[in-house]
Design a protein around this ligand. Structure first.
Ligand SMILES: Cc1ncc(COP(=O)(O)O)c(C=O)c1O
Length: 386
């Protein structure tokens, strides 16, 4: 697994995580914020991209049939779900797809449910489209976040139209069980709600947890829209591509029309060329990267438990993100951020980036070299134990 130990200088590559954050921080610090990996993608994908570049003609593209079959095979193999290729639509981004669906399936002022803390783009898809945000905070009990659909029932009315689910959940790392998802589906069925499930982290789940695609949950066939992508799985977010899987024909036709109006045809030339290679040939890489990330997580958990127990790790079941409660340090959000940036030289996301329920937490990106994780731990150890 030495391949993930390599430290790759990402400065000067227009990286949001490294170049943009350096500008924002005003100096060079260890970046563990934005959700991409510091690892090279699988060589098979890089080699195919090289072929595309070498060809030198970058005309309009289409998805080959192997694009659809590779997605269907991946879902069958990895997630035990049989999908038909006609269920698959294309949206350049998960975030954009969600926003376009919200904009076109609902009216201004309609209610949309979001479980918080939440990946900010999902909240923006509601608020920037002038829909009403119905916040359904996840409840932290005994170190684990759980859904609270009982209090949600009291918040909704006939103008509530969509339930946005994020599973695996960013930022908490929860991977919801089939039973929990069944409750969501039953709730949405009862209240006539469409489910948009952001499952972009679906392939990054630690054993024995299992990712359950929403469309495979009983009763979800006709009310669910699943968004996923190769981008998190194989570290390709700069490629900008995503899959939208909708089993129900009526709902699918509505979304097809929305994407058609948005001119979502002709995919990125790299996405068109590499998706079948990623899903068809690079499963081993996902297993390897997950093992590496899980080791990073275990190192972090052990270190914090032993040396900085005031930082309480919420044990993640998936994603390469880890959510840490720092309330026991007695520091304010501002103070901790300043200490991390100015004295420890590290940048993480403050929990409030994910809404007010994130106050008192930080989110750390574990998809980096072991060296960087150790550097992070030693640096924060020194400043917090001073
Ligand atoms: C839950 C979640 N959804 C979506 C995205 C972004 O996807 P895209 O770049 O395809 O909009 C991210 C990236 O961090 C994410 O964590």
């Amino acid at each position: 697994m030495e391949k993930f130990d390599e430290i790759i200088d990402r400065y000067g590559t227009n990286s949001c995580k490294w170049d943009e954050c350096r500008e924002k921080c005003g100096k060079d610090v260890l970046q563990l914020s934005v959700a991409d990996m510091d690892f090279r993608s699988p060589e098979e994908i890089i080699s195919k991209m090289r072929d595309i570049v070498e060809h030198g003609v970058f005309g309009y593209t289409m998805f080959p049939q192997s694009y659809y079959t590779s997605i269907a095979d991946w879902y069958k193999k990895r997630h035990n779900w049989e999908i038909k290729k006609e269920w698959i639509l294309y949206s350049p981004r998960v975030g954009g797809g969600v926003s376009m669906i919200v904009q076109n399936l609902t009216q201004k002022g309609d209610g949309i449910i979001l479980q918080t803390p939440a990946y900010p783009t999902l909240e923006e898809a509601i608020v920037k489209n002038e829909r009403k945000l119905i916040e359904n905070p996840l409840v932290l009990k005994d170190g684990k976040y759980r859904m609270d659909l009982t209090s949600l029932e009291k918040q909704i009315d006939e103008k509530t139209k969509i339930f946005i689910l994020c599973n695996p959940h960013n930022p908490t790392g929860r991977v919801f069980t089939r039973e929990e998802l069944q409750e969501v589906v039953d709730f949405c069925f009862k209240h006539n709600l469409i489910i948009i499930a952001d499952e972009i982290h679906c392939d990054l789940v630690f054993k024995p947890n299992k990712h359950i695609p929403i469309g495979s949950v009983k009763g979800a066939e006709n009310i669910s829209i699943l968004c996923s992508s190769i981008t998190k799985t194989f570290n390709l977010p700069g490629v900008i591509t995503s899959n939208v899987i909708i089993p129900g024909e009526e709902l699918r036709n509505k979304v097809k029309k929305i994407f058609d109006v948005a001119v979502y045809h002709n995919p990125n030339i790299f996405a068109a060329g590499i998706t079948d290679i990623a899903y068809g040939k690079c499963g081993y890489w996902v297993d390897d990267v997950l093992e590496y990330i899980e080791n990073n997580k275990n190192i972090l958990k052990k270190f914090l438990k032993e040396f900085i127990p005031e930082l309480e790790v919420i044990d993640s079941e998936g994603t390469y993100l880890v959510w840490i409660n720092f309330e026991k340090t007695g520091l304010s959000d501002e103070k901790l951020q300043k200490l991390f940036l100015d004295e420890a030289g590290v940048n993480v996301y403050m929990g409030e980036h994910f809404g007010k329920t994130g106050k008192g937490f930080i989110r750390v990106n574990l998809a980096t070299s072991r060296f960087n994780i150790e550097k992070f731990l030693n640096s924060i150890g020194k400043v917090l134990k001073k």
